[in-house]
Design a protein around this ligand. Sequence first.
Ligand SMILES: Cc1cc2nc3c(=O)[nH]c(=O)nc-3n(C[C@H](O)[C@H](O)[C@H](O)COP(=O)(O)OP(=O)(O)OC[C@H]3O[C@@H](n4cnc5c(N)ncnc54)[C@H](O)[C@@H]3O)c2cc1C
Length: 295
Amino acid sequence: MSCIVIGSGLAGLSVSYFLKKCGYEVKIISSSKKPGASNIFVGILYRYPGRWGKKSKFADEAFLMSRELIDEVEVKTKRKVIISTGVIKRFSKRLKRFSDVKMDGDDAYIDDAVTIDMFQYIEGLKDLIGRDCFIDREIDSLEDMKGIKVVAAGYGMKKLLPINKLIYRKGQQYMGQKKVAVSKYGTMVGKGHVSFLGGDKICLGSTYEREFESDVLDKEYAEAEIRSRIEPWYESLEDVKNKEFVCGVRVGQNDSYLPLVGKINEDTYVFTGLGSRGLLYHAYYGKILSDLIRS
Ligand SMILES: Cc1cc2nc3c(=O)[nH]c(=O)nc-3n(C[C@H](O)[C@H](O)[C@H](O)COP(=O)(O)OP(=O)(O)OC[C@H]3O[C@@H](n4cnc5c(N)ncnc54)[C@H](O)[C@@H]3O)c2cc1C
């Protein structure tokens, strides 16, 4: 059996990995000119993402499946995917009811959260799947595409399969150097996040743009917005130097924080809407979708 997957972000790669593992011939078509939301510097994997820090549905199973896949990438490809372990979620009193969360005042400490080097993870997944499975091309329409296909095009869904309930939010990150940028904990999360990458390397980011004009990088806006969100709870960012910026548009559903996964017609499946939980849910739902396609 064979399958075409459109998109090589977390969604497309995860379903491709599980299909390939079951003996499917998989072709993944994606455009390097539009790398997508998975093309960020760092991402955090934990059970309590999102503004309200609620424990996500299926979070325990999903977390374990993501960890298994990340560990497999690290072992088989020798890439260093996990940058650090542990997250401090600031001002998160609500989390005190969970036994795996330690509180210090209003701050929640989550020991098994991990900060991921997204470049290494995405490239490692491509190594695992097999480089010969990838085609670098932009698809303009699904009309002439024959055979079973999964549309996992992130922001590109807008053009390929306009689905009313999808909402789009842009986020930007910057990586820089700071004189003192070390912390016992890997990442601090408030309105925005600060990740420590060893030595003087620091990554600052946020997914904040509710309305945006374009999906391209806007350095001035990114810096001003990220600073205004992080500075109230993290020490001065004045001395952050040598910045590199990256941006991506994440896709969510307007009525659920769970992804949109399923069959939409005879031979077309969809996998999108991972929102800010891409790392938590990609493996869990990638496996569910691959089982559905095989059934
Ligand atoms: C700044 C920022 C910070 C984030 N932080 C976190 C975090 O800490 N933890 C977390 O879990 N999540 C985080 N997220 C969200 C996470 O990145 C997304 O949930 C996830 O990357 C979405 O993956 P995806 O595969 O659905 O889409 P994408 O990664 O956007 O992939 C879409 C793919 O489709 C391809 N494509 C699109 N259109 C076409 C076309 N017409 N033809 C061919 N190919 C096409 C693109 O090339 C790309 O490969 C963050 C997002 C941003 C922007």
